[in-house]
Write a protein that binds this ligand. Sequence first.
Ligand code: SF4
Ligand code: SF4
Length: 127
Amino acid sequence: MGQPVVCDLVRRFDLTFNILSAIIYPHQEGRLILELYGSRKDFNRGVRYLKEMGVRVEKVGQEIHRNENICYQCGTCTSVCPTSALWVKRPDMEIVFEPEKCSACELCIAVCPPRAMSVKFNSTKML
Ligand code: SF4
Ligand code: SF4
């Protein structure tokens, strides 16, 4: 494709974005998870543009799971979670997980020592 499509979302459609996850291999298909901010009209125009450029666009939902039998409450995941879906409840220092806040960025999966976190994508087509 060779087109700066993400930059175009900003320049042409007045959208701002937050990259939650990026898996990109040279000359191969990749996956980019973005949070997009802007008006509904600009959002729809931007998504339509991406599709016209050959980008497969999907809305990400997720099934998040923390294996409570494995999690030993170390708190490592709270330092990487961008949405505060994982957080420390003080003063007892319990590590709380709120799946409804999770954006499926997968950062916690990589850092969790005992591999207690798992995220399955459940995507649906948009527009
Ligand atoms: S995948 Fe993990 S790190 Fe990412 S938002 Fe969800 S709970 Fe937080
Ligand atoms: S990093 Fe893993 S073991 Fe540690 S609190 Fe988070 S989910 Fe539990």
